[in-house]
Design a protein around this ligand. Structure first.
Ligand SMILES: [Zn+2]
Length: 154
């Protein structure tokens, strides 16, 4: 029993130590699954390697119909059209996601601390969420249009 406890403590301290030393690796360890076999190389680069599409390149910037935005990889419903707003940034932007649609992690790339969000169902990267305070929710989900599929109501 004593040795079990000692081993447990050893394991615990090792875990703590590795978390201190490699928090970046642990945070990046999100399981991503490619489900849609028709994804383009550019889509895969964004979804798997956290790349970003060029601003103003997504036709979804102009999308104003009523409906839902789904994950282009797994089809999960992520945003309602009612949450979409024009942020002026050139990327499709939303004030809030549907409940449980995303999981977040801290992204330290480019020397910035940003909150990255990825699909809760398939794990692929979608964009970053900012606390801009200019919307009712104080949030701005800055999405890559290439990761989204819009399905109009009806
Ligand atoms: Zn997904």
């Amino acid at each position: 029993m004593k040795s079990f406890r000692r081993n447990f403590l050893k394991l615990l301290s090792l875990t703590c130590l590795s978390t201190l030393l490699f928090p970046y690796n642990l945070l990046r360890a999100v399981t991503k699954k490619i489900i849609n076999p028709n994804l383009t190389e550019k889509q895969k680069k964004i979804m798997l390697k956290e790349d970003t599409e060029r601003p103003y390149s997504s036709p979804l910037n102009q999308e104003k119909r009523e409906g839902f935005f789904h994950c282009a990889n797994c089809g999960a419903k992520l945003f309602a059209s009612t949450a979409k707003f024009d942020s002026g940034t050139g990327w499709p932007s939303f004030t809030e996601s549907l409940p449980g649609a995303f999981k977040t992690k801290i992204d330290y790339s480019f020397g910035m601390k940003r909150v990255e969000y990825h699909c809760a169902k398939c794990g692929v990267h979608h964009g970053h969420v900012f606390d801009d305070g200019s919307t009712s929710t104080q949030k701005r989900f800055c999405s890559n249009g290439l990761c989204l599929i819009f399905k109009p109501k009806n």
